[in-house]
Design a protein around this ligand. Structure first.
Ligand code: C2E
Ligand code: CA
Ligand code: CA
Length: 245
């Protein structure tokens, strides 16, 4: 019970309204306080505990957020981080099915974020897994896009729907012309592949304006919202929804 979800909003670039959220794991340690995921996720992966920990994260998220589904616009995205290890087992299918069943039918979109840093080896299992996830309507995003080596065929094999441009590229905006060219090619590439794009690590107006002008669909970063504990996320969600209603 010490591993809990935090939620960071993702906004639509054209109107800056909340279009979804990424679920980020935190370790609420009895003595150490809140522990950042990069300090424990690698151990959770090595030990295999990442599978039950993610299952628990999905269950906690459903319990917290499902009662507020009516305050989320239809098609609201809820995104979880998944590791290559998850993709060699079929358990994930049931975990996703249960998660979706907690919400009104068709109201939210479940997104699984797979980092580009560790490529998934296609096997009979991964083929079955991605076919079943697709059938359930689960969407796949490639996280940290631009930092790894995924090819066009890789993106096709895993039926990818979104690319998340890594924050190191967003940080290049306003720095120098060469860095900006690198970012521009990453954005152009994702447009050519006909995939939705999300930029993460957006911290200032200059970055937000630049990415919006370049046609990046969704933005995520401290400029819009920090990762929030469940109660605070729900409070913020409700106040926004009330203002619009
Ligand atoms: P990530 O998936 O790339 O998540 C984005 C990270 O960027 C988060 O760090 C988030 O808090 C941070 N961030 C968001 N906006 C900004 C910004 O404007 N500026 C900056 N500098 N940072 C921003 P966090 O929560 O510490 O997570 C770190 C990494 O740990 C995640 O990177 C992800 O790879 C991993 N992680 C987190 N939760 C889970 C999980 O449930 N499962 C797995 N497998 N990995 C997770
Ligand atoms: Ca992520
Ligand atoms: Ca990322």
């Amino acid at each position: 019970g010490e591993f809990i979800p935090y939620f960071q909003a993702i906004v639509r670039s054209d109107n800056k309204q909340w279009a979804g959220a990424e679920v980020l794991m935190r370790w609420q340690h009895p003595r150490e306080g809140l522990v950042r995921p990069d300090l424990f996720i690698p151990f959770a992966e090595h030990s295999g505990l990442i599978i039950p920990m993610t299952r628990s994260l999905m269950q906690q998220t459903a319990i917290l957020l499902a009662p507020y589904a009516q305050h989320m616009e239809p098609g609201f995205h809820l995104a979880f981080n998944i590791t290559a290890r998850h993709c060699q087992e079929l358990d994930l299918i049931e975990d996703c099915r249960h998660f979706l069943q907690a919400f009104p039918p068709g109201h939210i979109k479940l997104v699984l974020e797979l980092t580009e840093r560790e490529l998934i080896v296609p096997t009979e299992i991964t083929h079955q897994l991605f076919a079943a996830l697709h059938e359930l309507g689960v969407m796949i995003a490639i996280d940290d896009f631009g930092t790894g080596h995924s090819s066009l065929s890789y993106l096709r094999t895993f039926n990818v729907d979104y690319l998340k441009i890594d924050q190191s590229f967003v940080a290049m905006i306003g720095v120098d012309a060469l860095s900006r060219h690198i970012l521009d090619s990453v954005i152009e590439l994702s447009a050519k592949l006909n995939l939705g794009t999300v930029a993460e690590g957006v911290e200032n107006e200059e970055q937000s304006d630049y990415l919006t002008a370049k046609g990046v669909e969704y933005l995520q970063g401290y400029l819009f919202a920090r990762p929030l504990i469940g109660d605070q996320f729900i409070t913020s969600l409700l106040s926004r929804f009330d203002k619009r209603a």
